[in-house]
Design a protein around this ligand. Structure first.
Ligand code: A3P
Length: 283
């Protein structure tokens, strides 16, 4: 898997040609990617003037089926994949690559990049549950211990979390029209504010009429963990050999407190403090 993704990154770097209207949804794995994809799809779908009887895209496919990953789904085999299905604009892509891996390709492009960032300890626990679920094994504390060590040393899939976060954080400071830095915790605590922020950034703000008619809440309800996880397509289907149901668990802030020891907590907090020092990025 890792080997294939590595080729996917190289192929992307060789072959991707950005268009000005492209939207790229980025994240470290298990940071809220599925939610961000669903919200963005719902924001864009509402612009298509569909009747309310039309079947919504999110009801017939999982967000990962609708928004492919560059390095996993598109460029895994070739540097010139068939992009015919992206003939309508804006094109919507996703990635777990750090911004540094896309910098050369995107540096001249005004495309929009949205990054969702999540508390590292919750990300770790989410990844542990996900790993056990997709490999169909019991929750294993030894596995958590070894994942914790990899997180701390930065030897994980997609590299050190601090470099990942900082790449997008700096990108957003350099050009806030190009990179939007979102936080999972803020999306949970202030969903209305955050979805409006996302809509503004994507140049598709809610109109006054939409706000008054409850459109913001409709999108939030449609994309809620409760709703998405109850849909047939997310209960019974797979993408890339992953059962869709595994993308949805608790979605709680601070769930790490149920699993990490105080020593693990302290170690991660110290790493965060050291690595993010002076950047302005805080957890
Ligand atoms: P937990 O494992 O903490 O529950 P990703 O989408 O990047 O793989 O992240 C997965 C995490 O996002 C999981 O967290 C999952 O439950 C949560 N999640 C998935 N869909 C969500 C939604 N619609 N709203 C809020 N959280 C969601």
């Amino acid at each position: 898997m890792t080997y294939i993704v590595f080729w996917g990154v190289l192929n992307f770097q060789r072959g991707f040609q950005p268009q000005d209207t492209d939207i790229i949804l980025a994240s470290f794995p298990k940071s809220g990617t599925t939610w961000l994809k669903a919200l963005t799809v719902a924001l864009l779908e509402r612009l298509k003037n569909r009747s309310s009887d039309d079947h919504h895209l999110l009801l017939s496919d999982n967000p990962h089926g609708i928004v492919p990953f560059f390095e996993i789904d598109m460029y895994n085999e070739s540097s010139s994949p068939d992009l015919a299905k992206f003939s309508s604009f804006p094109r919507l892509f996703s990635t777990h690559m750090p911004l540094t891996a896309m910098h050369e390709i995107l540096k001249e492009s005004p495309c929009k990049i949205v990054y969702v960032c999540r508390d590292v300890k919750d990300t770790l626990i989410s990844l542990w549950f996900f790993g056990c679920a997709i490999h169909k094994i019991e929750l294993d504390k030894n596995l958590l211990e070894s994942m914790f060590k990899s997180f701390c040393s930065g030897t994980v899939y997609y590299g050190p979390f601090w470099e990942h976060h900082l790449s997008y954080w700096k990108g957003s400071l350099e050009n806030h029209n190009h990179v939007l830095f979102m936080r999972y915790e803020e999306m949970k605590s202030k969903p209305r504010d955050q979805i409006k922020r996302l809509a503004d950034f994507l140049d598709c703000p809610f109109t006054k009429e939409e706000e008054e008619s409850g459109s913001v809440d409709q999108i939030l309800d449609l994309c809620s963990l409760r709703n998405l996880s109850s849909l047939e397509v997310n209960k019974a289907h797979k993408t890339n050999n992953v059962d869709h149901k595994n993308y949805f668990r608790k979605g709680e802030v601070g769930d790490w407190k149920n699993y990490l020891t105080p020593e693990m907590e302290n170690k991660i907090d110290m790493i965060i403090q050291e690595k993010l020092q002076g950047s302005g990025l805080k957890f």
